[in-house]
Structures are given as structure tokens and as C-alpha cells.
Design a protein around this ligand. Sequence first.
Ligand SMILES: NC(=O)c1ccc[n+]([C@@H]2O[C@H](COP(=O)([O-])OP(=O)(O)OC[C@H]3O[C@@H](n4cnc5c(N)ncnc54)[C@H](OP(=O)(O)O)[C@@H]3O)[C@@H](O)[C@H]2O)c1
Length: 319
Amino acid sequence: MPSPENNSMQGEHLWMPVPDPVMAEVQSHNRGCVAIVTGASKGLGREITLELLRRRVSVIAVARTASKLQELRSEALTAARGHAWYIQCPADVTTDHGIREIEASLSQSGLVLIALVNNAGTINPVASIAKTPMKEWRHQFETNLFSVVDMCQRFLPTLRATRGRIINISSGAAARPYYGWSAYCSSKAALNMVTQSLAAEVPEVMSIAIRPGVMDTDMQEFVREKCREGMKASEHDKFVKMHSEDKLLDPTIPAYVIARIALEGSRDMSGKFYSWDDPQLDRFRSRQDNAYSPTLGSLGVSLVSQTILPPELLFNHPH
Ligand SMILES: NC(=O)c1ccc[n+]([C@@H]2O[C@H](COP(=O)([O-])OP(=O)(O)OC[C@H]3O[C@@H](n4cnc5c(N)ncnc54)[C@H](OP(=O)(O)O)[C@@H]3O)[C@@H](O)[C@H]2O)c1
């Protein structure tokens, strides 16, 4: 693994000496850990990426648009404060080539994969079953479902070894139909079942699906601006009204919960489909974990003692 000093990694970082022995202890535990976040360039994935970096976990940030990943660089470096790498990985998760790029980024980083956040998704096309061309149905399934299966297949061996965590970003639409959203609803419903199946087949990896709420992101803007024709008017109006009444959720709020689950979730959660605001997740909502505290006593608790990464990998990662 390249040292933080030589700056030779594809990703980005800052390096600062750490005089505080408590901080040094925590960093030595956490150094070398990385999460993959797909759809990291904007919306929810962007906020999950920043939250993980704040928590001193490096991130392989995946999206198709390289310029958007680059735009995030400066904020990512500020969030990481020299304690984690921001690794930009422009890749399309629906292609074999794209997933190979992600594998290459991981292997070149020399970091230990502890979490996979499958967040990339699309709601396009929005139209009734009768009017949606099969090609578009298939593309939505490629993005929302098959890419996730592919990512899990590729990274399961590593995640098994590190006893890592998989977070699949689902939707409330997995559990109820919306007129014109059949491909989206079905792909997210299938994603929930893939998550349950993963939990049953691979108990050593925590796998959950989570719905992040109706968030103020480009996806919602697309629904408001471009989808009226394909939707039932009353359902479309609901989203327009939520926006005009400022009721859309700031994505930083579910991102905080999701990032913490990616690092601290326990294996008894595996296979479940959560809503981001489920009371069972209250422990991941508490801001009392002092993640940003310079003394870091509690960070040691949240990232070290609760982690399920085996000690040998925490201290001596294999690269
Ligand atoms: N917004 C909501 O209200 C809402 C509600 C429930 C669930 N969700 C779910 O939450 C997740 C994030 O949604 P969002 O609102 O943040 O969406 P968004 O703002 O549209 O962002 C989607 C992200 O996915 C990336 N992406 C899309 N296709 C990709 C591909 N083939 N390969 C790699 N990256 C790809 C996009 O970047 P590029 O275009 O550059 O690739 C972007 O970074 C999605 O799974 C969505 O279904 C959203």
C-alpha cells in the first residue's frame, strides 16, 4: 500500500501527523479500511461518501460521470481531514468493464474492504407497463438489481474475509405500487429479496436493505419535472407538493444513519428491510458518538469495539 506521504495512490488524501496518543491508537485501528459507495457523485451516495470520510474510512467513490466525482474532491478532502483516502472511480456498474474498474481500484489501493453500499439507481423510465419498451425495463433492472448482484458476487469473497457489511439502497416503492413506476417498484422489491437471500446464504456478512425516505435529490427533480405524463396525477402532485412545502428530506439525514450502519451494523440486522427512520435504528441516529471530537474516546467505541472486522485484519491488513 502506498504510504500517506508519497501520495502515489489514484485517490486523494491529506496527511497530517497525529500527536495525540488516543487518536493515534484509533487511527491505527481504522487505517487501511475502505468502503465502496456506488452512485457517489451526487444525492444520497455523495452524502454517504462524505460521512464515511468524516469517520476516517476511505471510500472508493463510483459513478459514471468522472467530472462529478472530481467536483466532490475538495469537499471529500475536507471531510477526511487527512485520515482517509477519497478514491475516484468513474465506472458504470451495469457493465463488466465498470465492475472490473472498481475491482482494480480496490486492489491498487491495498486497503481492506469493510463495506459495500449499493446506492446507484435510476427511476427512468416512468411509464405504464403497456407503454414501456422492454429495452428500458431491462436497463432499469440492470441498474437497480443486476448490478447489485454482480457487485455482491465480485466482492463477497473479500467481505466474507473481513466480516463486512452490504447496504442495499431500496425504496418505499419496493412495498407499494405507483402508477408508471412498475419497473422501479419491481426492481427494488427484487432487491429486497436479494438482500434476504444474501443474509441467508452468507451469514458472516451483514446484508440489509434500507429505504432512505423521499429526498431532495436530482431523482426527485426528475420525477417532478419529467414524469407527470407517465404517472397518476394525484401521485405526481404528492411529490410536487412535498417539494413546494419543503418536506423533502435532506439526504444528509439518512446518509448519516446509513454510513453508521455500514460501519457499526450488527449481524442480527441481516436480511431486514429498514426504513431510515425506523426506531430500531435509533442507536445509529444518536449524535453522541463524538465522531468529530478531537479526543476521540467514543470514536474508539463506535469504530473499533463495535466493528466486526477480525483483529488480524484491523491491525495487519493483507497488502
Ligand atoms: N431520491 C429519493 O427520493 C429516493 C427515494 C427512495 C429511494 N431512493 C434510492 O436512493 C438511491 C440514490 O438516489 P438519489 O436520489 O441520490 O439519486 P440521484 O441523485 O439520481 O443519484 C444517482 C447516483 O447514481 C449514479 N448512477 C446511476 N446509474 C449508474 C450506473 N449505471 N453506474 C454507476 N453509477 C450510476 C449517478 O451518477 P452518474 O449518473 O454519473 O452515473 C448518481 O451518482 C437510489 O438507489 C434510489 O433508487 C431515492
